[in-house]
Ligand binder design. Structure first.
Ligand SMILES: Cc1cc2nc3c(=O)[nH]c(=O)nc-3n(C[C@H](O)[C@H](O)[C@H](O)COP(=O)(O)OP(=O)(O)OC[C@H]3O[C@@H](n4cnc5c(N)ncnc54)[C@H](O)[C@@H]3O)c2cc1C
Length: 507
């Protein structure tokens, strides 16, 4: 039961519950969805987030961000969007926030939920015994008052825990350095700046920023520094429209199974080049990075046409030379940059900080943790949906999912990261599907295949089953090869307990 012992200044508030969920971004809301379906309506759930409202990173993202996938498949469980007739609409930031807040309201009505927004998680202990083995310590941000939660199950759904980017720090004062998250890039100082705008980074934020600038300021010279270049999954192929829905394009599952089947743990460059040629769009023919972003060929063409220049290198600094400011590039090059130019930091949000390792499932099987040091699926939303269901059923500990630290993998090899991300996701999803109840699989509204008719979904699914049957060890072997090549953690959790010791939840 929930015990509110009041805030007495010494002990603070104490709550007891069956499930405590930390984080109310899309990962936390999918955990809440799973809890609402795995538990009876009398089960007590406590949800904590440091922000004032649900929706996570979408509150703080740059204003012109849009979903890269059709909006229906960005949700909690199978909660449908309201008031949007075009299934392919790419929702704006405000629309995403509204939808996630709506998901929260729906789930609040379905559950016995106590939410504590404006509270920050500090730490937890797991005694492994008793009705409420996990004690979670939080504090209220306004006054530091403590909040203690005693829970049967803890789901730490911080997911990607995206934080706003700061402007790039450069030596020279002759250029203006901005972050899309901290300043309005459409204001007069950018439009009237005497030099071009340099968008630093070629991933989703870079492409979004270049696209928005090209449209808003057609007379401004916009240049991009794209490093090794990023490819995107061709959205017109993965979510074809009209009659093409029935036969055109290639499903995301087909594309991922194709990559997973080709990847042997050593040939990532070749395999991702195949992916780019067959399923991708990119500014250049040799872009190497893939961070699971989607883009249409039309958007890609518009950006390419609108750009004044694409520089295939990384910016290290801007320094003052004898004849004015100079860009210092990673490959050793230096090139002049006009005084009054604008730099926009779009170098990416992922893998910026090295965080202490936390396994996705604790040794006691009482704590589930969805975050990048123990990633099982490239989407935090999807990982949270699947793993929360299995966790609350007591079925997760007996499933040998592969897990890895995204940051460690990124530092080991940026080339191998996408191939591992794809192979691991396909491998884990096949294991999860073998264990998840059919009704829970059906309620997974995040599946990109839902944009396609049933016959195509079935065909792709049969393709996956054939692949797994004919080459059952292929993906695990490829991932094991990567682990040995780079000496990184990539494989099943070391501490998984035998299934007989797992407490099975009555659902
Ligand atoms: C610019 C950008 C665009 C993106 N676009 C897309 C897209 O179009 N489609 C897509 O699928 N993905 C996209 N992503 C990936 C995106 O990060 C996820 O889709 C998703 O919204 C992340 O949700 P999350 O729940 O994992 O993390 P977050 O949204 O970051 O939520 C984490 C929550 O945990 C809370 N929290 C963290 N620490 C604490 C603490 N100690 N105490 C209490 N609360 C805490 C935070 O306040 C936050 O509310 C994008 C990412 C970025 C950066």
């Amino acid at each position: 039961m929930i015990k509110d012992q009041g805030t007495d200044g010494t002990h603070g508030e104490v709550l007891e519950c069956d499930v405590c969920i930390l984080g109310a971004g899309i990962a936390g809301l999918n955990a809440l969805f799973a809890a609402s379906r795995q538990r009876t309506s009398s089960c007590r759930i406590v949800l904590v987030d440091r922000q004032a409202e649900p929706a996570g990173m979408w509150h703080g993202a740059y204003d012109y961000v849009r979903l890269h996938q059709p909006h229906p498949i960005f949700t909690a469980g199978n909660i449908a969007w309201r008031g949007q007739s075009d299934r392919y609409h790419l929702a704006h930031r405000r629309e995403v926030v509204d939808h996630l807040k709506y998901c929260y309201q729906v789930l609040k009505e379905r559950t016995r939920l106590e939410a504590r927004f404006g509270h920050e998680y500090l730490e937890h202990e797991d005694s492994e015994r008793g009705a409420h083995p996990v004690t979670i310590h939080c504090r209220r941000l306004t006054d530091g008052a403590s909040l203690t939660i005693r829970a049967r199950h803890l789901i730490k759904a911080f997911g990607y825990n995206v934080k706003p980017m700061s402007p790039l720090e450069v030596t020279s004062d002759a250029v203006l350095s901005l972050s899309p998250d901290r300043s309005d890039i459409f204001d007069a100082q950018v439009e009237q700046s005497t030099g071009p705008v340099y968008v630093v980074g070629g991933g989703k934020t870079g492409m979004d920023t270049a696209h928005a600038l090209i449209r808003a300021m057609p007379n401004k010279r916009v240049r991009m520094l794209i490093g090794a270049g990023t490819m995107f999954l061709n959205r017109d192929l993965s979510a074809p429209r009209g009659l093409r829905r029935h036969f055109g394009g290639a499903t995301t599952l087909d594309a991922f199974v194709d990559v997973a089947g080709r990847f042997d743990g050593r040939n990532e460059v070749e395999v991702m080049a195949h992916f780019r040629r067959t399923y991708g769009v990119s500014l250049h023919d040799d872009c190497r990075r893939f961070l699971f972003g989607l883009m249409s060929p039309e958007e890609n063409r518009e950006i390419r046409r609108g750009l004044d220049e694409v520089i295939r290198d990384h910016l290290e600094d801007v320094v003052d030379g004898p004849s004015g400011p100079v860009m210092v590039l990673r490959r050793g090059g230096r090139r002049p940059i006009a005084p009054g130019s604008v730099l926009i930091n779009a170098t990416g949000y992922l893998a910026r900080e090295k965080a202490p390792y936390e396994p996705y499932l604790s040794a006691s099987a009482n704590v589930l943790s969805i975050q990048p040091t123990s990633t099982t699926h490239f989407l935090s939303s999807q990982a949270s949906y699947f793993l929360s269901h299995l966790f609350l059923r007591g079925d997760l500990a007996s499933l040998p999912l592969y897990e890895t630290d995204v940051r460690e993998l990124h530092d080991a090899s940026r080339d191998v990261l996408p191939a591992v991300g794809i192979a691991m996701t396909v491998h884990n999803t096949t294991l999860i599907m073998g264990r998840l109840p059919r009704w829970a699989a059906k309620e997974n509204g995040l599946d990109p295949m839902l944009m396609l008719p049933l016959h195509r979904r079935l065909r792709s699914f049969v393709g996956l089953m054939r692949f797994v049957k004919s080459r059952p060890d292929h993906m695990a072997k490829a991932l094991d090869t990567v682990r040995e090549r780079f000496g990184i953690r990539l494989g099943p959790l070391a501490h998984l307990r035998p299934p007989s010791k797992i407490t099975r939840a009555a659902s």
